[in-house]
Design a protein around this ligand. Structure first.
Ligand code: SAM
Length: 421
């Protein structure tokens, strides 16, 4: 367990100093030889610690006079507290191993301190949970600014949105329509004893997540992993065979592949990140689909556009990712309030450029995985005020777009379908 605690703590510490969790985990997991089980445990501990960080920091602050200065000691204690509160690991083992790890990292003199903190936690657990329920940052495990912003924007819907962001996300599949109907795939999984449920036209939810290689036909392209909320966009575009379609921010290719599974369109998929674009290529290959790929800044039309207008544009913009926190719990601690304005500017630059490539009568679907109004409804209002040739498609017209709030069943997304008139 020591190896798991130390690697998870190193990943948490790296996130607290500003790096993303996937990047931090990749680095930590790459350092030592690990079994699949250890790798999964490191992942579970680091994701779990970040998911509940507000509560864990609150509890630690109640137990110590001063927060440990050494980031590695601090992170180890947080990981151990996470295990004591949220995992099924035996308490004595968690404490014993964490104390040894603190000794190995920061010297023997800190071992009694670590031991005392963790044992005190076990003694005072009930009182601490009770006190945390009266402190919003501890109760929701979100930064104060985020709680305030959502409360101001969503009112009574803020609390369930914050609570759903701390649930363990379900594994959802997208069945490749070209190969099989979702109902047939559900039967296939049930024959294998798996508990599954149909939650969208192609979306299948697994009661217990499995490795993708355990999914029948995964390698052969029968199925992909994609949240149910992310499966909405391709349907909203109302694709028809032969249409020219541009996916302007395509990587890793979830929506590119979904569109091609639904309809024979001529697709150009752009992304400015070469490494991520490679993943679009791999996904297309596995699923037996074809699109033209181009690594470019989509807003710089001179660098990629051949002048031919598109019938449909999917603009799945870079954003705060505030709707997908349950899958990326590092995001809530990495974001700063001032980041939102930066995303807003990037989104406007992309919207302005991509609108130029839409044919008259064509449609542009603006998508974010954000729940913040600045990136959603306010962007729609800004865009409509500048373009007399744009209107929001009738089904979205009343709200200027559709905000799919994150819930147990799906991540949070915003969709606005613009028509060129
Ligand atoms: C939300 S992700 C897209 C997810 C993707 N549509 C999917 O369904 O798998 C946003 C993507 O936009 C890309 N991106 C950001 N700015 C861009 C730009 N100016 N031009 C092209 N791609 C950009 C990022 O590299 C990232 O891959």
């Amino acid at each position: 367990m020591q190896q798991v605690q130390r690697a998870a703590a190193a990943a948490v510490s790296s996130v607290l100093s500003g790096h993303s969790l996937p990047e931090s985990l990749e680095r930590e997991i790459g350092k030592v030889r690990l079994t699949d089980q250890q790798r999964a445990a490191i992942q579970a501990c680091s994701y779990g610690t970040l998911r509940h960080l507000g509560f864990l920091r609150f509890a630690l602050d109640q137990l110590v006079k001063r927060t440990p200065k050494d980031d590695k000691v601090l992170s180890l204690l947080l990981v151990a507290l996470y295990q004591l509160q949220f995992s099924e690991s035996a308490h004595y083992a968690v404490v014993d191993h964490a104390v040894k790890s603190v000794g190995a990292i920061a010297g023997r003199s800190l071992k009694p301190f670590a031991n005392a903190v963790l044992r005190e936690y076990l003694r005072k657990r009930r009182q601490l949970i009770d006190a945390a329920s009266r402190d919003d940052v501890a109760r929701f495990s979100f930064p104060r600014w985020w709680i305030d912003k959502l409360s101001a924007q969503l009112g009574s819907q803020a609390a369930p949105v914050l609570a759903s962001a701390n649930l363990h996300p379900p594994m959802i599949l997208r069945v490749n329509r070209r190969r099989m109907q979702a109902e047939e795939y559900v039967s296939l999984l049930r024959e294998r004893g798996m508990v599954v449920e149909l939650v969208g036209p192609e979306a299948v939810r697994l009661a217990v997540p499995v490795g993708v290689r355990q999914l029948p036909g995964f390698v052969e392209g029968l199925v992909s992993v994609q949240d149910a909320g992310a499966q909405v966009a391709a349907h909203l575009l109302e694709l028809e065979p032969g249409q020219r379609v541009i996916d302007a921010c395509a990587a890793p290719g979830g929506k590119t592949c979904h569109m091609l599974e639904l309809c024979d369109v001529q697709l150009l998929s752009l992304d400015r990140d070469e490494r991520r674009l490679l993943r679009v290529h791999e996904n297309l290959e596995r699923l037996g689909l074809g699109a033209k790929l181009c690594c470019a800044d989509a807003a710089d039309l001179d660098s990629w556009w051949d002048g031919r207008l598109a019938d449909r544009v999917l603009l799945d913009v870079p954003c705060s990712a505030s709707g997908v926190v349950r899958r990326h719990p590092d995001v809530k601690w990495l974001r700063r309030p001032s980041d939102i304005a930066g995303f807003v500017l990037q989104q406007r630059r992309l919207l302005e450029a991509l609108w130029q490539v839409v044919a008259r009568g064509g449609k542009l679907l603006y998508v974010t995985c954000s729940v913040f109004r600045e990136e959603n409804q306010q962007q729609v209002n800004w865009f409509l005020s500048r373009h007399a040739d744009a209107r929001v498609a009738p089904q979205h017209a009343t709200n200027g777009g559709e905000l799919l709030l994150p819930s147990e069943d799906h991540d949070g997304f915003f969709h606005a379908l613009f028509e060129k008139i």
